[in-house]
Design a protein. Structure first.
Length: 407
């Protein structure tokens, strides 16, 4: 089956047009089809972009990502939002991930940007690829391989991916199916920001906005056991008309009120939530780092910020679900004073009418005998982050009907 060049243009960029090459499709293509039901763009995977520690020059990064909802016409977005120089990508490929850095034979497909294999991304910008024709199954694990021309400067991406990806020796190895040129493992993602598909028009995107607990810190690496992953599995077990795409916009160490690990939730809400395709609902679980570092010195500090997020979501017709802050007695920087503020904030989250719905993550993971701490069976060991079982309990606490909210 041949590689088919897209005629749809997302960004006019670069020089050379794509030559037709023989390859087995990553997205199986059927005969030219009759017009079907209307579709819409939905996010099937995402990560929140920040600065990373990568130092790259004339190398290829093979990013391994795991999608949620299935669809057609896969597009990949690449970000230079926090870059220090414009970056040129002259070879970007996507295929089914096999073992380690290998790509399933015959599935690697070259991406284009405005019908060009090369694209230059300015500082602060991102680009969306042309669509790859065909259908992408749900829960696909993809290898997105990106070759950067010359010195990359500060690399935008995601530091704590909780997923093993791979960095090559010098040169363009994006089209390689084998792992020989990728000797270096990394648990960060470089440049890749989202995966978008066409899905039936009733399918929406759910964005999970948060800190390390949404990011999946202390979950099993490369096992996709973050709570948004488990939530996606629950959603995808439903009949097709009730399925949703799930985009994870957690950043470890992130805060609502102040920059630090990533810009604050208030500052990144537009880029990481409102700008995503087909968003119907956002689930917000963030605030523990504001408490731990005394940026929220009284309940009103967080409550007023949550009100701002709710107002901005509602102005775009997006529903917002508030998540209660998890207990962390015994963990870093816990104190009785901070616990008092957490308790008052959680009470407001549970009772306010300003969120469209509430997920009581606190109740889902706390120890009934001592509610200021996490149940030991759910604790990763640091008393702040859940382990795999705790993340599963959090995902189970979400009422899936609340994700179908309409405004």
């Amino acid at each position: 089956m041949s590689f088919l060049r897209s005629t749809r243009t997302t960004l006019v960029a670069g020089a050379a047009a794509v030559a037709t090459t023989a390859a087995v499709a990553l997205l199986p293509q059927s005969a030219p089809a009759v017009a079907g039901p209307p579709t819409t763009q939905v996010g099937t995977w995402a990560t929140a972009v920040d600065t990373t520690a990568f130092a790259l020059a004339d190398q290829t990064v093979r990013n391994i990502v795991h999608t949620s909802v299935g669809g057609s016409d896969l597009r990949i977005s690449l970000s230079n939002a926090f870059g220090s120089v414009p970056v040129t990508f002259d070879s970007v490929w996507v295929g089914r991930s096999a073992t380690g850095a290998t790509v399933e034979p015959g599935t690697n497909r070259q991406l284009t940007f405005g019908d060009s294999t090369s694209v230059t991304v300015p500082v602060g910008a991102e680009v969306l690829s042309d669509p790859v024709p065909g259908d992408l199954p749900a829960r696909s694990t993809l290898a997105v391989s990106i070759h950067v021309v010359g010195e990359a400067g500060t690399v935008s991406g995601h530091k704590l991916a909780h997923q093993t990806s791979w960095v090559s020796t010098a040169g363009d190895h994006a089209a390689d199916e084998g792992a020989e040129a990728f000797p270096t493992a990394t648990t960060s993602w470089a440049w890749v920001e989202s995966a978008v598909v066409e899905a039936p028009h009733q399918v929406d995107t759910v964005v999970t906005l948060g800190d390390s607990i949404t990011d999946g810190d202390r979950s099993t690496t490369s096992a996709n056991r973050r709570w948004p992953d488990v939530l996606a599995d629950r959603v995808l077990a439903r009949p097709a008309p009730l399925q949703l795409g799930v985009m994870n916009e957690g950043i470890s160490g992130n805060r609502v009120l102040a920059d630090g690990s990533g810009v604050s939730a208030l500052a990144r809400f537009d880029r990481d939530v409102l700008a995503q395709p087909g968003v119907g609902t956002v689930v917000v679980l963030e605030g523990v780092n504001d408490l731990r570092w005394d940026f929220a010195a009284k309940p009103a500090d967080l409550i007023n910020a949550y009100r701002q997020l709710a107002a901005r979501a509602h102005a775009r017709g997006i529903c917002i679900v508030g998540g209660t802050i998890l207990p962390w007695e015994g963990g870093s920087r816990w104190s009785a004073q901070r616990e008092s503020i957490r308790t008052q904030v959680n009470q407001w989250i549970r009772t306010t009418g300003e969120f469209d719905a509430v997920v009581d993550f606190d109740a889902a993971v706390r120890d009934p005998q001592r509610p200021t701490r996490m149940l030991p069976a759910y604790d990763s060991g640091d008393h702040l982050h859940p382990g795999d079982a705790g993340y599963a309990a959090m995902a189970a606490a979400v009422d899936l009907d609340d994700l179908e909210c309409r405004r």
